[in-house]
Design a binder for this molecule. Structure first.
Ligand code: GLA
Length: 358
């Protein structure tokens, strides 16, 4: 039998760099997605194909054995075997229109598409949350990127017209209405082309700053810290990191409440405050992201912020439909002035998570 599954990339609407601190996050699934076509094959090998490239590895793979894009596939096979699933030889064909390295979770889309397709082919009947956890283990323990749970959960559980409110402490979720077109709004994604990666040291450094700050307060994570606790953190850098996490979790709650009340037009202030916090306190922005945010706001965006891990990748801007051309023009003019390659700008549509494609 052949099974074909699709799993999308995601945009973090708000709730950045808080998932690995047990925080609340509010991402949504994109319409851009990765498809995985899976078939059994004789022998103990997994053969993976993507855009003319082919890679193969033994089913009994272990961390470090496979590198590059195929490592995300090998990681899912490895994680399933860790859960005592008997994985047969496989042939896996991949295709994707999720921009790679742009902070839109192309890696989670890949891992989730493969995990969901294998669940179907091997009749495992795992829950979407369990599959997200397998894809996350692949990324954390096989590929070696110390990420949180947000991206895989968004890719597995997204629903069209909604953002996903995820509590990273217990992985409980709630769909929050986010119907942009009904409100006359567009959420622009601005791909800066500045390079982004979660595998390098800066992401892990931020994570360990948060762990140190939490430990200083006698907490296991910053989820339970309050703003009033923060002066007790003696190191100024760690205090700023904690200031971001605590304030960002509060902003997620505010945005979810505003969206629940059916007022998406009113979330702009929180989006922009999130950017300033990521720029100044968490220090994960970069010139290209700041320029995109500033230009979008100057041209009338209701709010704008970087999205994803940072240090490059994409910004988002919430824009009234009528203002879209002005925002696009202003961002491109700013990039042109700086001598940067033009940004890729497209409208994001909150879409359904992983699903079978027949
Ligand atoms: C990356 C990680 C996520 C999350 C974000 C920042 O996308 O994969 O787990 O930490 O960065 O919010």
């Amino acid at each position: 039998m052949t099974v074909r599954w699709a799993a999308p990339g995601r945009v973090t609407l708000i709730g950045e760099h808080v998932d690995y601190q047990d925080g609340l996050v509010l991402p949504f699934a994109l319409s851009q997605r990765t498809t995985a076509v899976v078939e059994r094959r004789a022998g103990g090998e997994v053969v993976v194909r993507s855009r003319g490239q082919e890679n193969s590895f033994p089913v009994a793979t272990s961390p470090g054995a496979v590198e590059g894009w195929a490592a995300y596939v090998a990681g899912v096979v490895w994680a399933l075997r860790e859960y005592r699933v008997d994985v047969p030889g496989l042939s896996i064909d991949l295709d994707s229109d999720v921009p790679v390295g742009a902070g839109l979770s192309s890696s989670a889309a890949l891992g989730c598409a493969v995990a969901a397709a294998l669940d179907d082919e091997l009749r495992l009947e795992l829950s979407p949350t369990a599959l997200a956890t397998i894809a996350r283990r692949a990324e954390n323990d096989y590929v070696g990127a110390p990420t949180g749970a947000m991206d895989q959960m968004a890719s597995m559980l997204g629903e069209s017209g909604h953002a996903l409110l995820l509590d990273c402490r217990d992985l409980s979720t709630r769909q929050v209405p986010f119907d942009l077109s009904a409100a006359g709004l567009t959420l622009l994604v601005i791909d800066t082309h500045a390079e982004h990666s979660n595998v390098g040291g800066a992401y892990a450094d931020r994570r360990s700053d948060c762990e140190t700050a939490a430990a200083g307060l006698g907490l296991s994570t910053l989820r339970d810290a309050r703003l009033a606790d923060l002066p007790r953190i003696t190191d100024a850098v760690h205090r700023r990191r904690a200031q971001h996490v605590v304030s960002e979790i509060a902003r997620v709650q505010e945005v979810a409440a505003i969206l629940d009340a059916g007022r998406p037009v009113d979330i702009g202030a929180q989006l922009s405050a999130s950017h300033l916090s990521l720029r100044d306190d968490f220090e994960v922005s970069c010139d290209e992201l700041d320029e995109a945010v500033d230009a979008a706001l100057a041209a009338g965006a209701l709010g704008a912020r970087m999205t994803g891990g940072g240090f490059g990748g994409c910004a988002i801007a919430l824009v009234r439909d009528n203002d879209v051309p002005a925002v696009e023009q202003r961002v491109q003019a700013a990039y042109d002035r700086r001598g940067w390659r033009a940004a890729d700008i497209f409208a994001a549509t909150p879409s359904r998570g992983a699903h079978r494609v027949d």
